[in-house]
Design a protein around this ligand. Structure first.
Ligand code: TXA
Ligand code: MG
Length: 323
């Protein structure tokens, strides 16, 4: 079944009223967040949430993050909330941090993929935050991409992936961070980061005054943290940062190269310069991979980014994006 997906503007109040009406009526609406675009549905309506899985082609046991309009609402969705949750919420919300807590009894298993825990966050994108707060809405929202594909950081990319499958997209411009939120598991000690994101384990540890673990590898026990994910359609390969191992030109093939510094002069390459600062690189990554994907090249080559804590989220996503 194909829907006419409406493109709504985050700047237009009648468009936003319409988005709220669609959500309350059980429709799926893609929304801008400060991390990536999310595919939202009313978290208190299991049928509406089920529609997210259908639109994305996502397996039903992959849990969703519930987005709230304020910190106080966490008591409606979680239980046995430790003091540390409030310390982190007060420091980083609204913002790109998801807290994993024991779920409240009434929460539908459709939202949590049948788990006893729930991921919660208060997003910092002002239009979305206002929409949630002023309509007392809580929305379940995974990234607004078809299953396993690149997460969208513009409304145009959402349309490209999910147009015809959802009721509407709110265009709020490009996302500020460009990578998904940091997920922190507060259900077990020691607390730990399950998915690296814009807020680092050091920043979390500083606020709590205790060490928050940050495994190098993404935790694969979590459904949804699958090995192949975030993939462009074009084959993606990593090359050395200094491009010393760049494959030789091929007479019939063209590649896109995401590089640092000076672009090599080669006719077979479309060169895309990447920022050398971790935050700006993260913001550009999915967008530039999506752009490269649409060039119709045979391969995408990406220069290895630097290491260090600030780059963990980038490396986490790249590990699973490379072919
Ligand atoms: O920045 C973000 O977090 C974006 C925006 C839209 O808010 N959302 C996002 O959602 O990235 P999604 O569904 O694409 O990724 C959420 C991840 C999945 O890997 C899922 O398994 C994990 O969070 N997750 C959600 N709830 C969980 C739970 N109760 N237990 C364990 N993992 C959970
Ligand atoms: Mg996702």
């Amino acid at each position: 079944m194909s829907l006419k997906t409406q493109l709504l503007s985050a700047q237009c109040s009648t468009d936003l009223t319409q988005a709220a009406e669609l959500l309350k009526a059980g429709e799926q609406v893609a929304v801008p967040t400060e991390t990536v675009y999310g595919l939202a549905a009313d978290a208190s309506n299991p049928d509406a949430v089920a529609g997210i899985f259908t639109a994305k082609g996502r397996p039903a046991n992959h849990p969703l993050i519930v987005h709230l309009g304020d910190v106080a609402s966490i008591t409606e969705w979680a239980t046995q909330i430790p003091d540390e949750a409030y310390k982190l919420a007060n420091a980083f919300w609204p913002g790109p941090m998801t807290l994993l807590l024991p779920r409240a009894e009434h929460v539908s298993p459709v939202v949590t993929g049948g788990l006893d825990t729930i991921g919660l966050r208060v997003p910092a994108q002002p239009v979305l935050l206002d929409l949630l707060a002023s309509h007392q809405l809580a929305v379940a929202a995974p990234s607004a991409n078809p299953y396993k594909k690149l997460s969208p950081t513009t409304a145009e990319q959402v349309m490209h992936g999910l147009g015809g499958k959802i009721a509407a997209v709110i265009d709020g411009g490009p996302c500020q961070h460009g990578l998904e939120s940091t997920i922190v598991d507060l259900t077990k000690r020691p607390f730990r980061v399950l998915r690296a994101g814009p807020i680092t384990a050091s920043e979390l540890s500083t606020v709590l005054g205790e060490t928050v673990d940050a495994p190098e590898q993404h935790d694969t026990v979590v459904p949804g943290n699958v090995g192949s994910h975030y993939q462009p359609n074009t084959r993606l390969q990593m090359v050395a940062a200094d491009l010393s191992d760049l494959p030789a030109p091929h007479p019939e093939k063209r590649a896109a190269l995401l590089h640092f510094g000076e672009a090599p002069t080669r006719d077979d390459l479309v060169c895309i310069a990447m920022p050398d600062d971790a935050a700006r690189y993260g913001q550009a990554l999915y967008h530039q991979l999506a752009q490269a994907d649409q060039l119709g090249v045979d391969e995408i080559w990406l220069a290895q980014p630097p290491h260090g804590e600030a780059w963990l989220a980038v490396h986490d996503r790249l590990r699973r994006a490379v072919s």
